[in-house]
Design a protein around this ligand. Structure first.
Ligand code: B12
Length: 260
């Protein structure tokens, strides 16, 4: 996941996907995330490493600018940086401290952490015959690796609208009717592409792929269960002819070919 790669490994954050409905189904409407149930959202939390990996460099690089709330400004800076580096995702962020005018939090961070699997939210209802009576007991999230040493920073969500109807039709028709020309694989600009060689391999019917690789084989009866994927058994030791040696030999790199 691009979002994780951008902020997790180098800066001490973790990112967990969840479906909005998982959270909203547990909450009264006042606390619902303002998104359709099927929307995919991401919970972002900071780990102990964030202090050294993100906050300290942030403080050093921003020493000339006014800092009123360093940690929140640092988190906002990193999420803004990710958003700018991935403009096509049009990400929106709801921070843990954001509230509506009536002071209701915009996200219930602990419930979102629980449903995303980031942390387990222990509440008084998890204690059988709880001993607190009417006293208010706040719940607490426990992270499987960091215990209580983490903080939930917010929820990242895609735009409410999503791709247009026309774009969805193009995508689905591309996959169903034009999959062989590979263009539908570029629905999002890929960061890495299949080489022409790899495309040739995956464009070849499975039954002919071993031959493409130059692996000698003798076909026995094809499977009648999946006739389009005939089952073959090796009866000879595979041999590598010259044509395939450059594909299979670790000492020879495959030729670099430009993307489509
Ligand atoms: C308001 C708030 C406070 C208030 C009130 C605290 C309270 N819990 O009542 C004050 C200012 C006192 C406070 C203090 C602290 N807070 Co505070 N606070 C928040 C905040 C902004 C909102 C919490 C809230 O209002 N919840 C509303 C109540 C009603 O929600 P609820 O109790 O979870 O009830 C819902 C669930 O039960 C749900 N539900 C029902 N059934 C089910 C079933 C399941 C399975 C699930 C998942 C849910 C669910 O429905 C209920 C709603 O109807 C959150 C951040 C956020 N955006 O969520 C941080 C947050 C809870 N606080 C946090 C922390 C760390 C603290 C402090 C330790 C800070 C400090 N260093 O002093 C102290 C601890 C004091 C304490 N004992 O709570 C962390 C908790 C982290 C964790 N590990 O759980 C949070 C998540 C902030 C963060 N960024 O990480 N806090």
């Amino acid at each position: 996941m691009i979002l994780s790669r951008e902020i997790e490994w180098a800066f001490g954050f973790e990112v967990y996907p969840f479906q909005v409905a998982w959270c909203n189904e547990l909450l009264p409407p006042a606390f619902h995330l303002p998104l359709p149930g099927p929307t995919l959202a991401f919970l972002v939390l900071s780990t102990p490493a964030m202090f050294d990996q993100a906050l300290k460099p942030f403080l050093q690089s921003h020493h000339l600018q006014p800092l009123t709330d360093p940690v929140n400004q640092c988190v906002a800076y990193h999420l803004r940086r990710v958003r700018q580096s991935l403009p096509e995702l049009q990400m929106e962020v709801i921070a843990d401290y954001e509230v509506y005018p009536n002071w209701c939090p915009k996200i219930l961070a602990q419930a979102a952490a629980h449903v995303s699997g980031a942390a387990y939210y222990y509440q008084c209802q998890d204690v059988e015959a709880d001993p607190w009576g009417t006293q208010h007991i706040a719940g607490v999230c426990i992270h499987p690796r960091f215990g209580g040493l983490f903080a939930i920073r917010g929820v990242v969500k895609p735009p409410d609208s999503g791709p247009s109807r026309a774009a969805r039709i193009t995508l689905l028709e591309g996959f169903n009717f034009h999959w062989h020309d590979w263009t539908n694989r570029d629905a999002v600009t890929p960061q890495e592409r299949y080489s022409e060689e790899q495309k040739t391999y995956f464009s070849t019917p499975p039954a002919q792929r071993l031959a493409l690789l130059g692996l000698a084989q003798t076909k026995e009866e094809p499977s009648t269960i999946f006739p389009e994927f005939p089952f073959t058994t090796f009866t000879k030791k595979p041999q590598i002819p010259n044509s395939a040696r450059s594909w299979l030999s670790p000492s020879v790199s495959p030729p670099i070919s430009p993307g489509p």
